[in-house]
Design a protein around this ligand. Structure first.
Ligand code: GDP
Length: 368
């Protein structure tokens, strides 16, 4: 008997049995208990990646973007084991200010490259603002309508790792995973602002800068540093009544490039005119990029550039690690607070105070 208090001899309150509970709040909604995916081992990650399993590749990228120490450790194991299988791709950096036509162009470039090489393409991004804006607009699948449904493309938005260095390092590590998974062309998209171009340049074989001529007659300025970094300058939107302006701009950029010494690759930076929207000039642009790749593979610069990039990332990683360990150390946090108070109250010079903070971490005697 479920409720003995309901029997004859009891005179108290009776207990009504409740109606049977409904199967579902809304029978049209098909709720399924969300099961957590079991954690994969390093072996499973590596096997999946090498087999070209896109789901496992995506999970590995998520793993390496995680800031949890146990994830970082596992991710580093996976990357180390993928490394011998990486490197066999052509890496192209594509930069341009918002509105330059990056997504339109990457969609078209991607299809062209996929058809031309018969291989697989990964589109990655470096967007240091993604943390602040709450999500990256770069590498967003919805912006690349054709590529996003192509079975041989893998699109991944920018990691949101805080500092530019952190974001860029994760993108670079994602390149390793993608290459191990058989992606033989890698696009790295970045916005044409600040240091993100330098970061992008430091991980690609060819750095393409997209420019637009704008609506007025004035030429869109290009920073000197960018001009020096560019392996190619591509003038987009060369269609309709913009063609004449494009031609003028191309002549201007060609002239400006003459003022720079020949880059260490030995390749003369080219200026291209094309239309991402209408598909004009895309084949010619890619003919030239592949010509560059052949050229630098032949003269040894391809290897040299990649080696230099590895050295750059060696130092960059050390600097980042020192920076983050230093500033997160509780002793440093306390000493820095003290130093700031001292400097504000003019009890110490900035240099002395800095020395004290540094000594707190590096274990030397205080100079106070
Ligand atoms: P992003 O911000 O750099 O990714 O630029 P989008 O690809 O979103 O392009 C910005 C605007 O420029 C959109 O309205 C596009 O339709 C337009 N656009 C992109 N490429 C071309 C082109 O080749 N010709 C013309 N006329 N418009 C273009």
């Amino acid at each position: 008997m479920e409720h003995p208090e309901n029997e004859e001899q009891y005179k108290g309150l009776r207990v009504e049995t409740s109606p049977t509970s409904p199967g579902s709040v809304n029978p049209y909604l098909n709720f399924r208990a969300k099961r957590r995916k079991p954690e994969l081992t390093a072996d499973q990650y590596v096997e999946g990646i090498l087999a070209g399993d896109v789901t496992i590749l995506s999970r590995a990228v998520t793993l390496l973007e995680s800031t949890r120490p146990e994830h970082e450790q596992l991710a580093q194991q996976v990357i180390a084991r993928c490394l011998p299988h990486a490197g066999k791709s052509v890496r192209i950096g594509i930069s341009g200010v918002p509105g330059a036509g990056k997504s339109t162009s990457i969609d078209e470039f991607g299809l062209h490259v996929l058809e031309r090489t018969g291989g697989k393409l990964a589109v990655l991004a470096i967007d240091p603002t993604s943390e602040r804006t709450g999500g990256s607009i770069l590498g967003d699948k919805t912006r690349m309508e054709k590529l996003s449904v192509h079975p041989k493309s893998f699109i991944r938005p920018s990691p949101s790792g805080g500092s530019l260095g952190g974001v860029a390092r994760k993108t670079r590590e994602t390149i390793v995973l993608c290459e191990a998974a058989g992606y033989n062309t890698i696009f790295v998209e970045t916005v044409g602002v600040g240091q993100s171009e330098t970061a992008c340049h430091s991980m690609v074989d060819f750095f393409l800068v997209l420019q637009v001529t704008g609506t007025g007659d004035e030429l869109q300025g290009i920073k000197r540093g960018i001009m020096e970094m560019a392996d190619g300058i591509a003038l987009n939107k060369c269609d309709g009544d913009n063609v004449e302006r494009c031609k003028l701009a191309a002549a201007y950029y060609k002239n400006a490039l003459h003022l720079f010494p020949t880059p260490p690759s030995g390749w003369t930076t080219q200026v291209y005119m094309y239309s991402g929207l209408f598909g004009y000039g895309i084949k010619e642009l890619w003919d030239s990029i592949y010509e560059y790749i052949d050229f630098v593979k032949h003269n040894g610069y391809f290897e040299e550039r990649r080696n230099n990039q590895n050295l750059y990332w060696l130092h960059e990683t050390i600097e980042q690690a020192i920076h983050s360990r230093f500033y997160n150390d509780p002793r440093v946090i306390a000493a820095l607070q003290q130093a700031e108070d001292d400097v504000r109250a003019a009890r110490q010079t900035s240099f002395r105070a800095a020395e004290n903070v540094l000594n707190t971490y590096f274990g030397l005697n205080s100079v106070r």
